[in-house]
Design a protein around this ligand. Sequence first.
Ligand code: KIV
Length: 272
Amino acid sequence: MSSHKITTPSTVTINTLKQMKKAGEKITCMTAYDASFSNLLDQTGIEVLLVGDSLGMVIQGFNSTLPVTMKQIIYHSRCVAQGRKRALLMVDMPFSSDLTLEETLKNAGRLMKEGGAHIIKLEGGHRQTKAIQALAQSGIPTCGHLGLLPQSVHKQGGYRVQGRDNASAQILLDEAIALEKAGADLLLLECVPATLGTKISQTVQVPVIGIGAGNGCDGQVLVVYDALNITSGKKPGFTKNFMEGAKSIQNAIEKYIDEVKNGTFPSDKHSF
Ligand code: KIV
């Protein structure tokens, strides 16, 4: 039996997420790419919808996120914006849309204006501090994405767990602190050891959403098709099939929310 109930207010803002962190309530986030899933997820009480550039893989069928364009992400963001009423809408800056400060400001503005985004997610640590500062000054909220950076898959040598040794863990911790100082409103931590996920979440004041970063993070995100076991091929080790034993897609999403809220997902089995 699901104990599912919606705990957050009728409109989720960045302040809601900050209050949730203070109160120790876990934040739930899932990707969405169209109005139907957006509406369904929104009604279950998910706090954050992410229009991720994972759409390059799960919607378009590429083997990386690199081909996704501004035009495509704006299109999907617009679709998701149409379906939501309460959840905060986070949208990815696609690969190479943030190579200069000028381009970053222009493209982030387009995601807000044309895509209906409430917060912009950018991949990278120290290299993004100036951009995050400039965006904050322009009134654009940001989420800094650290750890495994899918847009840097070739630089990182594949989709690998990051921060396994002391030196690289320290770099990630320093980057988290630097991004918060620059004005990031959220952090997203992908594929790092659970101990590091907990340490970073406890060090910074802003909420930290994890994916493959252990259950010590302030919230969790999954790619919706991974959670519904629709994604073909090999699935990442941190994901879980929430359709198993579920009566419907809605019920599976509710199970995800309940397990994140009560701290049973991710378990050790889904962490590094
Ligand atoms: O693009 C995406 O879906 C993401 C998640 C993996 C967090 O960034």
